[in-house]
Design a binder for this molecule. Structure first.
Ligand SMILES: Cc1cc2nc3c(=O)[nH]c(=O)nc-3n(C[C@H](O)[C@H](O)[C@H](O)COP(=O)(O)O)c2cc1C
Length: 366
């Protein structure tokens, strides 16, 4: 099997397929199962620090009876409060997960603080519990109608700077890919000490809440990753900071495209909640098959092939990006379902596939 190793957030991971922040790791047994299935890294769901708005504590994760029956493995997830709020409990849980999965699968904490002071204090406490890194869940800052900061980017830079002064473990920042100055923003985050950015689409509810079918009427839904490909291919040209992709991974297609664009890691949540840890194994196998199909033995050889970092001429980059990412001249054929579906089918295009509708639309949102 091809070597899927990657470097992300200061760690060598066995694979770029990692578990995103979510209740998937609320339970030690499910964390173990995900690690055993081959997840490259686990991210705990966010610890929410500081005063909570009324009613938040009692909100439960929604989910249908169908989910409950279908996904016995994660059935318990539907009964947990939406947020973790007790920092000591969170740290104990982190330690328990670390013990259970061992050193080969790094475990990252996630923090969302509600007041400027609590970012620093909370991260300091969480860092002392020994996570492989801390992901700062700041994407809500762009869209929180109650407390829109004057300039969210300034506030986020200040948070990262303050956290960095007190915390040694690597720090990732989970962002929305919005704003025309994203590259400059990422450079500033790097300059104040961020080790990675996670580009995430929070404009639509996660697929978990409505099944995995993408509603084609919603451009930029979670299953439409085009804007994140666009930004990953550009942001990955920024030296000294890693980029991860989050949102809408359903098959190896998204993992491969994000990798070509330069993502060091690809976070998955909804798919795992629907299909359980087996989906991690399948993604890894399909990814290895894709790497082999490109004549390589290591994923790293393909990582960033369509990143702006590799090109001196913008035109050449745009051409490669259009061909590989927008026109879909790639990896889907190597996913098991498609391989099976293809048997007997006629080829279409260079590698036999057409771009998917959602992915061919262009960077409108995402
Ligand atoms: C039930 C659930 C809980 C989540 N909790 C968090 C969280 O605590 N912190 C966070 O940063 N993201 C959280 N997310 C967002 C995921 O980490 C991920 O970015 C998002 O679900 C998109 O990825 P997906 O399409 O693979 O689900 C959550 C998602 C789901 C479905």
């Amino acid at each position: 099997m091809a070597d899927l190793g990657t470097r992300y957030l200061g760690h060598r991971l066995q694979t770029p397929v990692v578990v995103g922040a979510s209740p998937l790791t609320d339970d030690v047994r499910s964390a173990e199962a995900l690690a055993e299935a081959g997840a490259g890294m686990l991210t705990l769901r966010s610890l929410v620090a500081g005063p909570l708005s009324l009613g938040v504590e009692v909100r439960r994760l929604p989910g249908s009876e169908r989910h409950r029956r279908q996904h016995a493995m994660f059935a318990g997830l539907l009964d947990v409060p939406r947020f973790a709020t007790d920092v000591e409990e969170y740290c104990e849980h982190l330690a328990a997960i670390r013990r259970a999965v061992g050193a080969s699968v790094p475990v990252v904490a996630s923090v969302y603080a509600r007041s400027p002071q609590s970012w620093e204090a909370t991260c300091r406490r969480v860092a002392a519990a020994g996570p492989a890194g801390i992901e700062l869940n700041v994407y809500g800052m762009y869209a929180n109608g109650h407390a829109v900061p004057r300039d969210p980017e300034e506030v986020i830079v200040a948070i990262v700077r303050a956290v960095r002064q007190h915390v040694r473990v690597p720090v990732a920042v989970k962002l929305l890919p919005v704003g025309r100055t994203l590259i400059r923003f990422v450079q500033r985050l790097r300059d104040v000490g961020a080790d990675a950015v996670v580009l995430f689409n929070a404009f639509h509810r996660s697929d978990w809440f409505r099944g995995l079918e993408h509603d084609a009427r919603l451009p930029g839904g979670p299953a439409d990753p085009v804007v994140r490909y666009f930004w990953i291919s550009r942001v990955s040209a920024v030296e000294g900071i890693d980029v991860a992709y989050s949102g809408g991974v359903r098959s190896v297609d998204q993992v491969a495209k994000a990798t070509l664009c330069g993502a060091a890691a690809v976070q998955v949540v909804s798919l795992l909640m629907h299909e359980g840890p087996a989906a991690v194994r399948r993604l890894n196998e399909d990814l290895a098959a894709w790497v082999a199909s490109r004549g390589q033995r290591k994923l790293r050889a393909l990582q960033g092939e369509v990143s702006m970092r590799r090109y001196r001429l913008l035109d050449a980059f745009e051409l490669a990006y259009t061909r590989e990412i927008l026109l879909g001249a790639l990896p889907a054929m190597h996913s098991r379902e498609r391989r099976e579906a293809r048997s007997g089918a006629h080829g279409r295009g260079r590698t036999g596939i057409a771009a998917s509708g959602a992915e061919a639309r262009g960077p409108t949102a995402g």
